[in-house]
Design a binder for this molecule. Sequence first.
Ligand code: ATP
Ligand code: MG
Length: 562
Amino acid sequence: MRFSELGLTTLKEIPSDAEIVSHKLMLRAGLIRRLASGLFAWMPLGLRVLRKVEAVVREEMNRAGALELLMPAVQPAELWQESGRWDKYGPLLLRMNDRHGRDYCFGPTHEEVITDIARKELRSYKQLPVNYYQIQTKFRDEIRPRFGVMRSREFIMKDAYSFDLDEAGLQKSYARMRDAYIAIFDRLGLKFRVVDADSGEIGGSRSQEFHVLADSGEDAIAYSDEDNYASNIETAATSRDGIETPPASLDLTKIATPGIKTITALCESLSIMASQTMKTLIVEGDEGLIAFGLRGDHELNAVKAQKIPGVASPLTMASPESIAKAIGCGPGFVGPVRIAMPIFYDHATAGMSDFIVGANEKDTHYTGVNFGRDLDVPATVDIRNIVAGDPTPGGKGKLSIARGIEVGHIFQLGTQYSEAMSATVQNPEGKNQAMAMGCYGIGITRIVGAAIEQNHDDAGIIWPTSLTPFDVVIVPINMHRSDDVKAAAEALYDELCAKGFEVLLDDRGARPGVMFADAELIGIPHRLVISDRGLAAGELEYRHRGDAESQNMKREEALNLL
Ligand code: ATP
Ligand code: MG
């Protein structure tokens, strides 16, 4: 393609609403344009990249035996009522009415629709296994759309759904998808990790996420190479292994702490570290309030906490009013000593002695608190976010933390949807049996942003070969003044196109600096510069986008190299 026909406007200025590098570069390179919050248009150059992602995903899905279909984006409420998610999904779901006042939503995901299709199409175990997939636009009314296409409201997802007769079949389908995902992200040239994850809104038992590693990632991943363990921090587990309770050395003492309501303020006023304090958090339970005790420097993990029997799910912090009613003080002074509600202690608290807690009285704390004397010896639970250095659940190593961007997610759903929606087939015994389902998502649009996060420098994008909008850019110097340069550039362009390369010829007649800057910004891997000087020496200049230096070489040599 000729640059003059690309209709591309690159920007020098960094758009002010863009926080991370991929968002900035996608706007500057003219890949996307913003329409409204979380809504983006894919411009011609960006769309070329998006299509590359789709092509790789489609090829590997087909290779893994999945069948492509296309479902409606708009879904009737009845299906969501049948699965029970119409009420559960919350404000993420964009709901709407048609002219008859019937309820619909714009699909954030398609479990209901595919289960409806499957219950109509699939009658016998002989038709199984089946794995249907589509590449399609989703809408989720995200609370905080940001980072451009990485967390937008409208986005493109590849979603696949497998149907098997039983659990054993599901395990096979799941493993096949896991392998296909590894092949996809390898081919896309991304550095990634497969991590254990929570199943979230979608439900089901086992799930794993695929994360592209990048410092700007919204997710934290805990991993240990010694233990071959990797998990989203949401679910990363630790153990009580090796934690012993030191003996008490101080007496229990009540002290006045007027107006000191936070751990930070407490640490400042007593010159202590947060790890010497215990924080007590109060949440809603099925039968009244429930308390959690954590070391002051640790964070409660909602996913783990809401799985404790009796604790409300989703996790709901108790209001200051209900805390005052139950305990008689504000949240800043709550503590475990003689607290009038069930309390669960985190594993790490077992390693504490002589610590400081709220005294369940306004403006007072206890110091010198000890288990076994002032508090019952706790049967501890895992309820906090792990931190780097925590023991792995397997006990073989220590956890490290990296940041990641979730680009794929695979779930074993089991029979949750097939039972709720009666999606059954006849089994070999002639009885109706609910099918075992899996579901498998890939964020097609998010991958483009994630790839840029991993592949850029100060000058712009550095596309992996599998994603680049063009393979080669030809930069002719003074093309409009030199007939020789023009002829050589056109001939090279024709030859490369004929050989099957996707070539961009910068025919704008712009200054060399402008052409070089744009070529670097939009990240084309191979650049060939043609100039009168080069032609006189029988050479052209080659540079790979990732290299610091260019090389002069003969035309044939450059063609061979490409
Ligand atoms: P997240 O935790 O990032 O909100 P999710 O777990 O809710 O994502 P899934 O339901 O697993 O998302 O959807 C499958 C894939 O769709 C995700 O792995 C992600 O790559 C992509 N995706 C989800 N939400 C968005 C979004 N708002 N913008 C772009 N891509 C998204
Ligand atoms: Mg997910």
